[in-house]
Structures are given as structure tokens and as C-alpha cells.
Design a protein. Structure first.
Length: 254
């Protein structure tokens, strides 16, 4: 995608990576719409960052997605970029179903069904635009798993192959599919992650992503240098070592 001149909707961006990218993309000359569940956060973002529009959306709720899509397109008919940012991560113990089933279902609903429903709500509009982009968000854990987050790993692996498949299907349209592949970043995705030395500082991650978008506008995947240890472990032939290193260095997912 081009780095400027877009109208971009980023559901799930009231904090963390989503908000940081929303602000950085606004600074690059884009119109940005931030989406989220909590009205008070949306109001604060709108007050603190004039020029950013906000829309309430719960990406775990298909009715909310449909309503938000109509609202966004009514206010921003020139929308040409959808960033399916929303996601949750939960530590799970799969020894008994009582320990993990509810958690796993909520992770799958948000991380996998959420982006699918978002894309379904916007795809006809995006196909009608002369130059459009869908940005999906997977994870380095789609390629090298963290033991304590099985459902998260699985949904992000699903997002990776969904992205690959959509790129093939939409090759005959004006819609590009770009996959953002983050490493662990210092956000509140898990308790303690904001202070984790293992995780990449949010400011560094955001700056590197923006630089990659500027220099590689046609990239299929946006990979900061930090994520390549996980992304290419199987390609390098050291997958088992990478899994052991990841889980020994960061057993709680931080």
C-alpha cells in the first residue's frame, strides 16, 4: 500500500499496536478511522488527536461489524484500506476442557472470525475502489509456537494462510492483501508484556513498520527484523531449537 493519501479503517485500535499505527499513519497524510468497543476510549482519542474519526465496533459481534461498516462507509465513501487489527491473547492450560474451552472459543471468535467478518463487510466496497488494500495481522507465533497460548498461535497461523489464499483469489481485482507479522511488542496484550524485556518497544516497532511500508509498498508481508527469528525457523532448519529458545526465554508469553 502507498504510505499516504489513503482513507484507513483500523478496528481494534484504541490502544497498543493499533493506536500507535493509527497515529503514525495519520501523520503520514492519511485519513484514519479508529474502531473499538469502549466509547470512553474512542472519545478520548478523538479529543486528544483532532482529525482522527472514531466508530464503535465489537469485532466479536457480527451485528456490530455490519452496523459499523455501514457507518464508516456512509461517512467515508472513499475508504480504500481496511486493517483488521483486533485480537486477543490468552494463556491456556489444555489438560482439561474446563481450563481452556471458553478461552479458546473467544480467541477464535475475535482473532479469526473477526477478520473474516470484517473482510466480508467491506470487500464489495474495496473491490469497487481503483486501489485498495486489506491488511491482516498475524504473528511470529503463527510460525513458531509459544506453549502457553495454543489458541492464539492457531488463529494467527489461520490468518497467515487466509492472507495467502485471499491474495491468490483477489489477484484479478484492485485489492491487495498485505500481512503484518509482529513479534512480541510491549503492549497490554498479556499481563506484564508492557514491561517485558523480551518484547520489542512499541515505538521501535511502529517506526520500523512505517519505514517498511514506505520502502516496500508492494510487500506481501511486513516483517520487522525482530520477528524473522520466529518467521523463518522452519525455513532455516532450526525450528526445534527456535521453539525451545522461545519457550525457555519467555515461558509466560511476555
Amino acid at each position: 500500500m502507498n504510505i499516504s493519501g489513503n482513507t484507513i479503517f483500523i478496528p481494534g485500535s484504541t490502544s497498543g499496536i493499533g493506536l500507535a499505527l493509527a497515529l503514525a499513519l495519520k501523520d503520514k497524510g492519511n485519513t484514519v478511522i479508529v474502531g473499538g468497543r469502549r466509547t470512553e476510549l474512542l472519545e478520548r482519542i478523538a479529543a486528544e488527536h483532532p482529525g482522527i474519526d472514531t466508530v464503535r465496533i465489537d469485532t466479536a459481534d457480527p451485528v456490530s461489524i455490519e452496523a459499523a461498516a455501514k457507518e464508516v462507509l456512509a461517512r467515508h465513501p472513499d475508504l480504500n484500506v481496511l486493517v483488521a487489527m483486533a485480537g486477543i491473547m490468552k494463556v491456556e492450560d489444555w489438560h482439561t476442557p474446563e481450563s481452556f474451552l471458553t478461552s479458546a472459543e473467544s480467541v477464535v471468535t475475535t482473532n479469526l472470525l473477526g477478520p473474516i467478518r470484517l473482510i466480508a463487510a467491506f470487500i464489495e466496497h474495496l473491490r469497487a475502489r481503483p486501489d485498495a488494500t486489506i491488511v491482516t495481522v498475524s504473528s511470529g507465533l503463527a510460525f513458531t509456537p509459544l506453549k502457553v497460548t495454543p489458541s492464539y498461535n492457531a488463529t494467527k497461523a489461520g490468518i497467515h494462510l487466509l492472507s495467502e489464499s485471499l491474495r491468490l483469489q483477489l489477484a484479478d481485482t484492485s485489492v491487495r492483501v498485505t500481512e503484518l507479522v509482529p513479534p512480541a511488542v510491549r503492549t497490554a496484550l498479556l499481563p506484564g508484556q508492557e514491561e517485558s524485556e523480551f518484547a520489542m518497544p512499541l515505538e521501535d516497532f511502529t517506526a520500523e513498520v512505517i519505514a517498511l511500508l514506505e520502502t516496500q509498498p508492494d510487500a506481501k508481508e511486513i516483517q520487522v527484523e525482530r520477528v524473522k527469528f520466529l518467521r523463518y525457523s522452519e525455513v532455516r532448519g532450526d525450528y526445534d531449537q527456535a521453539v525451545a529458545t522461545l519457550n525457555a526465554a519467555d515461558p509466560h508469553g511476555n
